[in-house]
Design a protein around this ligand. Structure first.
Ligand SMILES: Nc1nc2c(ncn2[C@@H]2O[C@H](COP(=O)(O)OP(=O)(O)OP(=O)(O)O)[C@@H](O)[C@H]2O)c(=O)[nH]1
Ligand SMILES: [Mg+2]
Length: 216
């Protein structure tokens, strides 16, 4: 009985969140904004990847909403590079939700560009909540190990593009790409999987081409 009640509450939390997310998504579309929910484990290289992507974007204005439990280092780093970025601190919550994004979108005053929303570093909860995005980008890394699609399936299943970061470290870790890809493709047949390195900057041109295709 108590188990039933818990399911009902969670369902209503998801429904309410998705309702707000749909409104944000349609308002962003009307303003000419393509929004990407950037997900990945803590330290996967979400901010590093955003910097590499943004510096390669041409003819498109980038905006960033940075989600962290505490602190604003990533926002400050992006602002110092001239990027219009604002910070959301959840104060404990392990994912961003759509009411939080609704407020940040109003504050940023967006039009015609790409909005990157860096979610809280977490390979689980962010994948469960729509936040008004048009696409989800998952940043995985060779240092996390090749079993992650098997252990954290939802993030891999929901991703529209999967970036494998830290490929400069491949000689030092036993990342089994074949096993990783087998796990990914069992969950997700279509998302492109692109190998990059935030250190050597390899691979980001392909990520940017994918984004520009979508923005068109
Ligand atoms: N060797 C190597 N280090 C990287 C690469 N990408 C990021 N790093 C390092 O990894 C650390 C974390 O990178 P961030 O970009 O801050 O990661 P994040 O996912 O934004 O982290 P949180 O926002 O804290 O979840 C930093 O010390 C980066 O310099 C890479 O491709 N290769
Ligand atoms: Mg970051």
């Amino acid at each position: 009985m108590s188990e039933n009640k818990e399911i009902e509450v969670m369902q209503s939390v998801y429904d309410k969140n998705d309702e707000v997310a749909a409104k944000i998504n349609s308002a962003l579309t009307k303003s000419g904004i393509y929004a990407i929910n950037v997900m990945g484990a803590p330290g996967a290289g979400k901010t590093t990847s955003l910097i590499q992507i943004i510096k390669r974007l041409t003819d498109v204005i980038p905006y960033v909403i940075e989600g962290d439990i505490e602190a604003d280092f990533d926002t400050k780093t992006l602002q110092a590079l001239g990027v219009k970025a604002i910070q959301i601190n959840t104060g404990g919550a392990c994912h961003l939700d759509s009411p939080l994004i609704g407020n940040a979108v109003d504050e940023l005053g967006l039009s015609n560009g790409v909005l990157f929303i860096e979610n809280i570093g977490n390979l689980v909860c962010p994948a469960e909540f729509m936040i008004g995005e048009h696409a989800k980008m998952l940043i995985s890394t060779v240092t996390e190990g090749s079993d992650k699609p098997y252990k954290y399936p939802l993030a891999f299943e929901k991703a529209d593009i999967i970036v494998i970061n830290k490929c400069d470290l491949l000689p030092y870790v036993d990342f089994d790409e074949e096993f990783f890809m087998k796990g990914v493709r069992a969950l997700n047949k279509t998302a492109p999987v692109i190998k990059v390195s935030g250190k050597t900057e390899e691979g980001f041109d392909k990520v940017v081409s994918w984004i520009m295709e979508k923005v068109k």
